[in-house]
Design a binder for this molecule. Sequence first.
Ligand code: ADE
Length: 227
Amino acid sequence: MMQADVFTLFPNWFDWFLGQRHVRNALTLGSSVEAVDYRDSTTLAGRSVDDTPFGGGAGMVLRVDVVDWALQARYGVDSVAVGQQRRVVALTPGGRVLDEELVVELAAAPALTLLCGRYEGFDERILERFCTDQVSIGRYVLAGGELAAMVVLDAVLRKLPGALGDAASAHEESFSAALEGQPEYPHYTRPAEYRGWEVPEVLLSGHHARVAQWRREQSRKRGEGGR
Ligand code: ADE
């Protein structure tokens, strides 16, 4: 089970995400995902949360005091200490790139806090003082961390027991230990032949050992090809 909080300027973006089946399943089984609005705890005029960068330059930067207030309001302790109780992850384009290993690591955490930045990102002191991790979903820049947070949560929540209808599908999926970290083998379903395109004969053979061996080979081949 996982208690996840996402701090954002756009909490209603998560309404859609929270309605998805595997997310709802995880919530039914005792996990939680809550979107927390930075604006709810800011004391700045006009509920402001960001400001122009010192030294000049384009865009706006999320303020350290705003994040401090938000963490303190949520957890009731000094924001600097929150990282001792739970992983505090800032979504940044330059962070540790999300992969299967990191997903498994995050899924093992009982409590997770995700911080979304906007505009030009975070005041550096937020990252230095409050965060245990910085995570990137790839080396490109999004308008904000919200979509990245959903990607992280999607990948993490489906690792939790019971989130998927069929537990085996998480066990033997791409990059899992069961597949020795390789991508998944190809899948086929009906029709067995379509426009002359045939399903590999071995899959129709009903021979479980041969099927398993074929899948392992395919998985390995894909890993070598990097596809
Ligand atoms: N925020 C902006 N771009 C991002 C990215 N690529 N990954 C995570 N957070 C981001």
